[in-house]
Design a protein around this ligand. Sequence first.
Ligand SMILES: Cc1ncc(COP(=O)(O)O)c(C=O)c1O
Length: 381
Amino acid sequence: MRNSSRGAVDPFIVMDVMEQARAAEAAGRHIIHMEVGQPSSPAPEAARKALAEAMENDALGYTVALGIPALRARIARLYGEWYDVDLDPNRVVVTPGSSGGFILAFSALFDAGDRVLLGAPGYPSYRQILKALDLNPVEVQTAPENRYQLVPQDISGTDCEGVMVASPGNPTGTMLGKPELSALVDAAQARGASFLSDEIYHGIDYDKKPVTALQVSDDVCVINSFSKYFSMTGWRVGWLVVPEAQIRQVERLAQNLFICAPNASQVAALAAMDAPDELQANLAVYARNRALMMEQLPKAGFDRIAPPDGAFYVYADVSHLTKDSRAFAAEILEKAGVAVTPGLDFDPVRGAGTLRFSYARGTAEIEEGLSRLTAFMAARG
Ligand SMILES: Cc1ncc(COP(=O)(O)O)c(C=O)c1O
């Protein structure tokens, strides 16, 4: 059987780290997980209850391709609650995670060979999904002084049919303010490029509120998910907000690519949206963890870090400690029993000198991880 060249994408290194951590655990070691970007909390109780009830009373067959209407309406209402944006529910498309949303959005907006501008460091699957769809990721090295986000000159100076941003971003957790986001949307529109905004970490923010691209323009594609703030990674449910003119195009693709997002997960997601106490309690844990990370990582020797605006990651420059972040992460796993992610996942150019620490787990685990990292760095000298 032949393999396609489109399928020759790089592995997602964090998944490889997870596998190494699993192997160490299977061999009897206790590992602290600072590699995974997922909450350790379950879906909100209300979500689990709603699903249990639905399983008794409903066949849970296919839903319509764009998602359960009540869920689309509730997501539209969220834009009023969070950003004071009046959103037509018809523009909301429920997807199998934001990962499914990327496939749908990229297929709907781009033709084979189109170039999509991305900032590095960034979430690795953007470029891998683009490649698998015969599209061309064009990665721009973003600058620390721009908080590792794209700037309008990156767009005006590069031939591209699409531009993708993430705010808060992964791995940096930095956010784009309204003027910056607005300038990027203008620059993309000026060159006729589609603008995509990954907003999966909205809700997980600390000192200031994130801005949605929908506050700036209706002619954008927003990608979001129940995975992070709503603590539902494995349920595989997310959403897109698309311009009105794209709805039917996206619907036809969704019908054929996925039929629908998992019905059970849509039922649970709808109930999760009305569980603010539990979700805000999760957020309080991340805030506490963030404070611990910012206080103790520098003391341990990881002092080239900036406070993240959102998400649950700290991206550290470790270029003074190693020239090979993959080997360094393996050494930390081996000697300290802490799994962390090498920056190469997020930035093939500069990532050999960076690491990403996730603080999505419970506070006791983060405390233990920090004390192990401190001891490891002290022993390293
Ligand atoms: C920035 C970003 N976008 C998208 C995803 C994919 O999330 P999901 O497919 O679970 O919605 C992730 C996962 O970590 C992420 O960090």
